[in-house]
Design a protein around this ligand. Structure first.
Ligand code: FO1
Length: 333
C-alpha cells in the first residue's frame, strides 16, 4: 500500500524542460495518479504540421525516450528528413528529427479528422506507455508572442530563431480569449489532493496556463477545499536553470531575478515554496509573504535527483493535505 504521499492524486502545472524533469520524478512516485497540465503557448506549425514542444518534451521524458543532452526531442534522433527539407528550400532552423516528425504527422492527421488536441495527446502518450496523463491547458490554439525591439516575435522565433537574445518588453497569448479549460483539466483539478507548480518560466510557461478561462477558478476552488499548492523556484542563485526567465524578471517584472521574486509572483495562491540551498538566506523573505518554505537541493541532474526532489515535495504536501477521503468514499477520514 503506497504511503500517504504516493497515494495522493497530484496535478503539476508545467512548461518545458524544468516541468518535464519534475514530472519524471513525480511519475516515479505517483504513476497514474499524476496529471500534468502543460502550456500550449509554445506550439507552432512547421511544414504544415502542428508541433507541441512543451507537451512533447514532457511526453518523451515520461516515456523515458527523451534526449538528455538537448532537453527536448528524442534520444538517438536523426535528421535525414530535415536535410531533405532544406534541399527543397524549407526553413529548418527549428529542427525536427525523423522520430519527432512521426509525432507531428500522427497528431496533425488526427486533428484534421476532428479529434480534440487532448484526445490526440492522450493517445500518443498511451502508445508510448506513459503512465501519467499529460493534459494540454486548452484544446483551442494559444500562441505566445513577445514584443522586442525588433517588434512582435512568435515564441519559437524568439526562443530558437533568435536564441533568446532580444530583450522582451511584453508578452501576449494570442487566442487566449477563446481558450477554455478542458473537461480533463477541470476533472484533474477537481480530484487533486495536491498541486505542484514546476520550476518553469513564470512569464511564458506558468502564466499562459493561469490565463486559460476556468483554470484560476479551479485552482481557487481546490485551495478552498484545503488542497495544498507547492511551487518550486526555477531561479537559483539569481539565475534561471535554463531559458530566459532571469532576463524576463528584469525586462518584464521590473526586478532582479531571485527565488524571492518568483515567490512574490506566486504568493496568494501557493501554500509552500521550494527554494534551493543556495537561496537559503531568502527563506525569511518568502515566509514573510505568508508562504511556507522548503529549502533543499533543487537541481535535477539525473533520475535519482528528479525522484528525490519530487519525493521531498510530495512529503511536504502530504503533511499539509486534509485527511484524504478514504478510497472507498466512506467520507472524510
Ligand atoms: N530548441 C532549440 O533550441 N532548437 C531547436 O531546433 C528546437 C527544436 C525543437 C523541436 C521540437 C520540440 O518539441 C522542441 C524543440 N526545441 C528546440 C525546444 C523548444 O523550443 C523548447 O523546449 C520549448 O519551446 C521551451 O519550453
Amino acid at each position: 500500500m503506497p504511503d500517504a504521499a504516493t497515494a495522493m492524486r497530484v496535478v503539476e502545472l508545467a512548461g518545458g524542460v524544468g516541468g518535464a524533469k519534475l514530472a519524471h520524478g513525480l511519475q516515479a512516485h505517483l504513476g497514474e495518479r499524476l496529471s500534468v497540465i502543460v502550456n500550449t503557448g509554445d506550439d507552432l506549425e512547421r511544414h504544415g504540421l502542428l508541433v507541441c514542444p512543451d507537451h512533447d518534451t514532457v511526453m518523451y521524458t515520461l516515456a523515458g525516450i527523451d534526449n538528455r543532452e538537448w532537453g527536448w526531442g528524442l534520444a538517438g534522433e536523426t535528421f535525414a528528413a530535415s536535410e531533405m527539407l532544406a534541399r527543397y528550400g524549407e526553413e529548418t532552423w527549428f529542427r525536427l528529427g525523423d522520430r519527432d516528425l512521426a509525432t507531428h504527422i500522427v497528431r496533425t492527421r488526427r486533428l484534421r479528422e476532428g479529434e480534440r488536441l487532448t484526445t490526440v495527446s492522450l493517445k500518443l502518450q498511451a502508445a508510448l506507455g506513459v503512465r501519467a496523463a499529460i493534459l494540454p491547458m486548452a484544446d483551442e490554439p494559444v500562441r505566445t508572442r513577445v514584443r522586442t525591439d525588433e517588434g512582435w516575435l512568435d515564441f519559437q522565433t524568439y526562443f530558437v530563431g533568435r536564441h533568446q537574445e532580444p530583450e522582451v518588453h511584453e508578452v501576449r497569448f494570442d487566442g487566449i480569449e477563446a481558450a477554455r479549460a478542458t473537461p480533463e483539466v477541470l476533472s484533474a483539478l477537481a480530484g487533486a489532493d495536491a498541486i505542484v507548480v514546476a520550476p518553469s518560466n513564470p512569464f511564458v510557461s506558468v502564466a499562459p496556463i493561469l490565463a486559460v478561462a476556468g483554470i484560476r477558478d479551479a485552482l481557487d476552488a481546490a485551495r478552498a477545499r484545503g488542497v495544498p499548492v507547492a511551487a518550486i523556484s526555477g531561479i537559483v542563485g539569481g539565475r534561471a536553470i535554463k531559458g530566459p526567465a532571469d532576463r524576463m524578471f528584469a525586462s518584464l517584472g521590473g526586478e532582479a531575478p531571485s527565488a524571492l521574486a518568483v515567490a512574490r509572483r506566486y504568493a496568494g495562491w501557493v501554500d509552500l515554496f521550494v527554494l534551493d540551498d543556495v537561496d537559503a538566506a531568502l527563506e525569511p523573505g518568502v515566509r514573510d509573504l505568508g508562504v511556507d518554505t522548503v529549502v533543499t537541493d533543487t537541481l535535477m541532474v539525473d533520475d535519482a535527483s528528479r525522484a528525490r526532489l519530487a519525493g521531498e515535495v510530495l512529503g511536504a504536501l502530504a503533511a499539509r493535505c486534509r485527511p484524504a477521503v478514504s478510497r472507498d468514499g466512506a467520507g472524510e477520514a
